[in-house]
Design a protein around this ligand. Structure first.
Ligand code: COA
Length: 577
């Protein structure tokens, strides 16, 4: 295979862009990234890097003609062949499509109408748009890009085909931007299933605009529920795990997150729904006595036990863990610690993320963000401490989804890390202006050594689990296919529970813990990390407060970080290596 200089144009260094960056780098291509939408900057990036190929994994704007006329530019489009427009997945979900796809097409004068290099389909799960994007679209895009690089570019006979709507196989069409009128919920007519679908089609962006008690809000994170007593459609019945339960004509629907619509200059960001109605609504008093409900469906922390293994799912929206969520998870882990029928505890994370560390939105929304940051970091540290000191069980981090910051350190507290192929880890804090905690100063060097720990935390770059495996940060990489991963994981966990050396393993774990404690007490690591964190939290001018503000309000500096731009010195080093 020829090794290429590949320039990535992207509107954000998001999960898709991170994965493609790392996958291509792993195949020894040289990668540079440009995040700006400014034509001059894009042209400069091309001039500086002189790429053989330009790839656009996630681009919300058009590629300038001056670029695509002279360079091969391939665009990942989250739709089937012939599909065009900015709301592909939204329309696919709204129309209950069973099969959807992704297409790799060439940039051309008309948006999404260029020649087709590859197109592949997948089954559409009944879930949120962002979840399908993160799992199916990304996996399909990676597959197509690798295919094209392996076969098409090396094969002189390969010719991309023009988009031809007269072919029966081309079933996509141009669909416009989906506006709020098409997303609107009619509570008098729409069933719980329809409302969920409408919210799914708009999740994580832009959400469905609705009105609650006279307040305009965007709805996110829907789950239908049929077991609770119904009342007037739209009415709020109660809450659980920060979500609110609203009545529908045929049952109920849980809404996990809300975002207040802008009020003049004042902008808002996503928060747990209960927080918004009880803290942000001017008429919050209406919800003072809202009931706490029990529900099997709206239950962020689920524990399933089978053959002496407890699988703990903590499905927190966006993988962000606020203080109360951490406390709840900790108490569930403590219960499991006492159970004699459990030998192995597998931490599964959520459906879309494993964990992204402390909850920056909840911190931003609190009355005292410095204090809330402190509470949150201590609460997550308590979980990590519980895992490190859980010497009567074998613990497994089932890294089946991406993890970032403290959420990428937490798995290291487990005895074994079984990751899913394609998962991207961001084990660093500096991009949020933080020193970091979660016992990273103990856990990371213990796993990967001092030099690698320094490199990972200072370079602030993502890594694939296959790369993490090479230097011992992950114990096993299991296949990416969701069902296969779970089958293999179960086999691994049951093998651990069944292992004739199970008690020897626990003895070794206890011994290592005692030895480590004698060298440096766990508490010393925590105090040292937290001292750094406290200095940052308590300084109102620290970078962290500014970066967190920009993060939650999605304020972009519209500049590509230097770490993503290919440097000439690296090229020279690669040539001499
Ligand atoms: N707190 C609150 N929300 C968070 C979050 C956190 N710690 N981490 C991610 N999110 C949210 C994002 O705001 C985004 O929200 P959206 O639904 O409005 O789009 C969503 O999760 C997905 O995140 P995104 O950044 O789009 O995903 P990604 O795959 O492109 O990038 C990370 C993943 C982890 C690199 C990135 O989200 C990140 O830097 N998060 C902050 C991690 C952090 O600093 N945590 C605190 C220190 S422990």
């Amino acid at each position: 295979m020829i090794l290429l200089k590949i320039l990535l144009f992207a509107s954000a260094y998001n999960g898709m862009c991170q994965r493609i960056h790392k996958e291509l780098e792993a195949e020894m291509h040289s990668i540079s990234i440009e995040l700006s939408s400014n034509e001059q900057q894009m042209l400069r990036a091309v001039d500086d890097f002189q790429p053989d190929l330009i790839l656009c994994p996630f681009l919300k704007h058009a590629v300038p003609e001056k670029i695509w006329r002279h360079h091969l530019c391939l665009i990942v489009h989250p739709g089937i062949e012939g599909d065009r427009g900015p709301s592909s997945l939204d329309w696919a979900i709204a129309s209950k499509t069973n099969n959807w796809g992704a297409t790799l097409l060439q940039a051309d004068a008309e948006m999404d109408a260029g020649d087709i290099w590859d197109t592949q389909t997948f089954h559409v799960r009944n879930t949120a748009k962002a979840s399908i994007y993160r799992r199916e679209v990304i996996a399909t895009a990676v597959h197509m890009i690798k295919n094209v690089l392996h076969h098409s570019l090396n094969n002189v006979d390969f010719k991309p085909r023009p988009l031809d709507y007269s072919k029966p196989s081309v079933t996509g069409e141009y669909l416009p931007l989906m506006r709020q009128e098409s997303r609107k919920i009619n509570w008098e007519i729409d069933s719980a299933e329809i409302i969920t679908r409408k919210i799914n089609a708009a999740d994580s962006f832009p959400g469905v605009l609705d009105t609650i008690a006279g307040n305009e809000v965007y709805l996110f994170g829907a789950r239908p529920e049929y077991s609770l007593h119904s009342s007037t459609p739209g009415e709020i019945l109660g809450h659980r795990d920060g979500a609110i339960c609203r009545a529908t004509i045929d049952g109920n629907v849980w809404i996990r997150q809300l975002k207040m619509a802008p009020q003049g200059e004042r902008k808002f960001f996503k928060l747990p729904a209960l927080h918004v109605i009880t803290k942000q609504f001017p008429n919050a008093h209406l919800f003072e006595n809202l009931r706490a409900l029990n529900s099997r469906l709206q239950n962020d922390i689920k524990i399933e036990t089978q053959n002496a293994v407890a699988y703990v799912t903590f499905d927190f929206y966006n993988g962000a863990m606020n203080t109360e969520q951490c406390q709840n998870l900790l108490s569930r882990l403590r219960e499991l610690r006492e159970r004699n029928d459990i030998r192995v505890i597998a931490l599964m994370g959520g459906e879309d993320f494993w964990s992204n560390g402390i909850h920056l939105n909840c911190i931003q929304a609190s009355v005292d963000p410095a204090r809330e940051s402190w509470r949150n970091i201590n609460a997550i540290d308590d979980i990590v401490q519980e895992l490190i000191t859980m010497t009567n069980k074998v613990t497994v981090a089932a890294l089946r989804n991406n993890a970032g910051a403290g959420g990428a350190i937490m798995p290291l507290a487990c005895d074994k890390i079984f990751a899913r192929e394609g998962v991207v880890l961001n084990p660093h804090y500096a991009t949020m202006g933080l020193f970091g905690s979660e016992y990273w100063t103990y856990l990371l060097p213990r796993r990967v050594g001092d030099a690698k720990a320094k490199e990972l935390t200072e370079s602030c770059l993502p890594l694939l689990t296959t790369q993490a495996y090479k230097f011992g940060m992950v114990d096993k990489v299991l296949l990416e296919d969701w069902n296969t991963y779970h089958q293999l994981l179960q086999r691994e966990c049951e093998a651990l529970a069944d292992d004739v050396n199970y008690f020897a393993l626990l003895s070794r774990k206890q011994y290592t813990r005692m030895k480590d404690e004698a060298i440096r007490p766990l508490e010393a690591y925590r105090q040292d990390e937290l001292q750094h964190m406290k200095t940052i939290f308590d300084n109102p001018h620290s970078e962290y407060h500014h970066l967190r503000y920009n993060f939650v309000y999605k304020i972009s500096c519209n500049q590509t970080p230097a770490r993503l731009v290919y440097r000439k010195e690296e090229e020279k080093m690669a040539q001499t290596a």
